[in-house]
Ligand binder design. Structure first.
Ligand code: AP5
Ligand code: ZN
Length: 216
């Protein structure tokens, strides 16, 4: 399947994407994770992206589209993929459509995760991520690690993302409403959108997502 995951920051896109990708046997492609990997390796791309991300703004399209395209062209993505965080505005959605058209393939679904603002703010405030593997995500109250500051899966150090400060989160939410939400209408016009609630336990949300996708 070829799926786009959309939803406000902190809705649980990364958490759900890891699980869905495993169940559906497709790679999880997160542009946020790709940027963070470049930042920690101090590549030119990482140096460029860092200031935009820390301010809560989108990284410019020229850079983002090229990076996403390179990743989608890797052999493991031939049979399908789950895009998390891309496209993030209408121009990126147009670029993705062009790319898919060139390859003669189509998206199967756009999964829209809905969560109220006060909940996403709480989720982001308590999030802790593993330095060794960004798929290892915890929450200080909702899914605490057994030992404070230490990843249960690999023993890596848990840290708080630089863009998870209160002021940056406010900016990220504003960017989501003004720039990203319009892609939902863009895809609705193509009959691709399935909306589910991202509230409740993680497993319940995964179940809801799989059920919604089974109709696609
Ligand atoms: P990105 O990394 O994509 O961040 P985001 O969209 O803001 O989303 P988050 O990672 O904050 O949240 P999430 O929905 O994945 O939630 P999570 O599963 O971690 O992008 C970061 C930045 O990179 C952007 O601001 C931009 O600058 C740049 N960027 C990325 N893509 C770009 C693009 N295409 N174009 C331009 N710029 C781009 O969950 C959050 C917390 O909640 C965790 O602690 C988790 O444990 C907890 N949680 C999850 N589910 C539940 C649940 N059901 N119940 C209780 N707690 C839960
Ligand atoms: Zn880890």
């Amino acid at each position: 399947m070829r799926i786009v995951l959309v939803g406000p920051p902190g809705a649980g896109k990364g958490t759900q994407a890891t699980r869905l990708a495993e169940k559906l046997r497709i790679p999880h492609i997160s542009t946020g994770d790709l940027f963070r990997a470049n930042i920690s390796r101090q590549t030119e791309l990482g140096k460029l992206a860092k200031s935009y991300i820390e301010a809560g703004n989108l990284v410019p399209d020229e850079v983002t589209i090229g990076m996403a395209k390179d990743r989608m062209e890797q052999p493991d993505a031939e049979g399908g993929f789950l895009l998390d965080g891309f496209p993030r505005n209408v121009s990126q959605a147009g670029a993705l459509d062009e790319l898919l058209q060139t390859e003669g393939i189509k998206l199967d679904a756009v999964l829209d995760l809905e969560a109220p603002e006060d909940e996403v703010v709480k989720r982001i405030a308590g999030r802790r991520v593993c330095r060794k593997d960004s798929a290892h995500v915890f929450h200080v109250t909702y899914s605490p690690p057994k030992q404070e500051g230490v990843c249960d899966v690999c023993g890596g150090e848990l840290y708080q993302r630089d863009d998870d400060s209160e002021s940056t989160v406010r900016k990220r939410l504003e960017v989501y409403h003004t720039q990203t939400e319009p892609i939902i209408d863009y895809y609705r016009a193509q009959g691709l959108v399935v909306t589910i609630s991202a509230m409740g336990p993680v497993d319940e949300v995964t179940g809801r997502a799989l059920e919604a996708l089974s109709g696609k």
